[in-house]
Design a binder for this molecule. Structure first.
Ligand code: GDP
Ligand code: MG
Length: 454
């Protein structure tokens, strides 16, 4: 195993920069670049201790004052001997220190290589390693809770429990097939089916957690739609906190789709403000209207805006029809001036009907509460394990497919050998998920997402 080094702090100027060195020669490399103030050689330092001193360039001239921290295998992040040099956080300076480490025998670390080594040393499961990136990229409480639970092994334990049950079933099947004449309780198709169905239900529940995590990470594709002049752009601006869309009292002002991402508590809305829905002879505006309807088709959330100062119009009705069963909130805007809208009619079509004034901000808290209820009310418990990426989801879906096929095979009275093969495939993808049996290619792919220095 080589000894690797990288700057673990951001590629930016800061108070300090940390150069991390890991591998069998980490302490030798550190000793070559670092002169301790107290004269005690690095090789004599115990794990979890620090020393103050100087990094010198190859001509022996002092480059910077640094603090060296020593970790001794296996009690380090990677499980290897590790040295961390904390120098002043200049871009040029930290790179110079890194170069000296290379000159002293270290090699450049690849993306995520420290964490990959931790995984290969058995310090982390693959899902726990993946949590490191989630921790770094978390933007709010809910994301952080999911990442922390992943780090603590919640997904690993949940998947591992399923794998254990599968392996148990497989050993029952093997015992029955190998020693049919012995006194082993036979594998009853009915019991087998019940066990497999239970396992299928549990894995389906795991798969369902993926959407929650995705919504937290990627945000909700949200479209703001409604007739001209109902206040869509004003609502967009109110949510964005600045003048994102042009607002005038001229109908047909917004023609192109205007996009903006906004944070609302734990939710991220990827908002699209669209052209007002009406029949128009203006060719450009007409295209805008067509695009608005198309955006509505793709949206995960529709903010349907109505005007409180007038009764429902045929265009409003058309919008309600187009929304169909999509997740939607009816926003009755301009509540500061009027109450002519038939709220009962809206109540029939929408779970949430929110009177508000985009102009004054009154009622915005209710809109926020409605969205949290819509998307987070039945949120899964992060501690029970929430899938955090496509790879994990893909493995769970593949396992579910094998389980479904196995259940059908048992029901169709097919040979237990055939069932065994399907269940083995199912167990294998779950072992791939946790990394207990992942190919090198899979491991490479996971760590390719990481940044250098992590
Ligand atoms: P859009 O065509 O749906 O995008 O509507 P705009 O956001 O451009 O607003 C149209 C007109 O309605 C503008 O004159 C706004 O100032 C006005 N308006 C928007 N929201 C409100 C509101 O909550 N209260 C009042 N009184 N006027 C509003
Ligand atoms: Mg507009």
């Amino acid at each position: 195993m080589s000894t690797i080094a990288a700057i673990s702090t951001p590629n930016a100027v800061g108070g300090i920069a940390v150069i991390r060195i890991s591998g069998p020669d980490a302490l030798t490399v550190a000793e070559r670049v670092f002169t301790p103030a107290n004269g005690k050689p690095v090789s004599a330092m115990a794990g979890y201790t620090c020393a103050y001193g100087t990094v010198r360039d190859q001509a022996g001239n002092p480059l910077d004052d640094v603090v060296l921290t020593v970790f001794r295998a296996p009690h380090s992040y990677t499980g290897e001997d590790t040295a961390e040099l904390s120098c002043h956080g200049g871009l040029f300076l930290s790179r110079q220190v890194l170069r000296l480490c290379f000159a002293a025998g270290a090699e450049p670390a690849g993306p995520g290589e420290f964490t990959k080594r931790a995984f290969l040393a058995g310090k982390l499961s693959l899902t726990q390693a993946e949590s490191v990136m989630d921790l770094i990229s978390a933007r709010g409480d809910a994301e952080l809770r999911c990442a922390r639970s992943l780090r603590e092994g919640a997904v690993f334990r949940r998947i591992h429990a399923c794998t254990d049950r599968l392996v148990e079933l497989l050993s029952d099947l093997a015992a029955w097939a190998d020693y049919p004449e012995e006194d082993i309780p036979s594998v009853e198709p009915e019991n087998l089916c019940a066990s497999l169905t239970g396992l299928h239900a549990e894995l389906s529940a795991v798969a369902a957690t993926y959407d929650y995590g995705r919504i937290l990470r990627e945000g909700i594709n949200t479209v703001i739609v409604g007739r001209p002049n109902v206040g869509k752009s004003t609502l967009m601006n109110r949510l964005s906190g600045f003048e994102r869309s042009i607002v005038t009292d001229v109908a047909g002002t917004t023609r192109d789709v205007v996009e903006e991402s906004v944070r609302l508590g734990d939710l991220t809305l990827r908002l699209s403000d669209t052209a007002g829905l009406r029949d128009t002879a203006d060719r450009v505006e007409q295209i805008g209207v067509e695009i608005a309807y198309r955006r509505l088709e793709d949206a995960e959330l529709v903010l349907a805006v109505f005007d409180s100062t007038s009764p429902l119009q045929p265009q409003d009705q058309e919008l309600i029809n187009r929304i169909g069963n999509r997740r939607a909130v009816a926003v009755c805007n301009k509540s500061d001036v009027g109450a002519l809208l038939d709220m009962q009619e809206l109540d029939r079509h929408f779970d949430y009907v929110i009177p508000l004034s985009a102009k004054t901000g009154e009622g915005m808290d209710k809109l926020s509460a409605a969205l949290h209820a819509l998307f987070l009310a039945d949120a899964p418990d992060p501690q029970a394990g929430v899938l955090s990426n496509e790879r994990q989801k893909h493995c769970v879906m593949a396992a579910l497919e094998q389980l479904s096929a196995a259940i059908s095979a048992v029901r169709a009275g097919e040979s237990l050998d055939c069932v065994t093969v399907l269940l083995e495939d199912g167990a294998n993808v779950l072992l791939e998920l946790t990394g207990e049996r992942a190919t090198e290619a899979v491991v490479e792919q996971v760590f390719a997402r990481f940044c250098v220095g992590k």
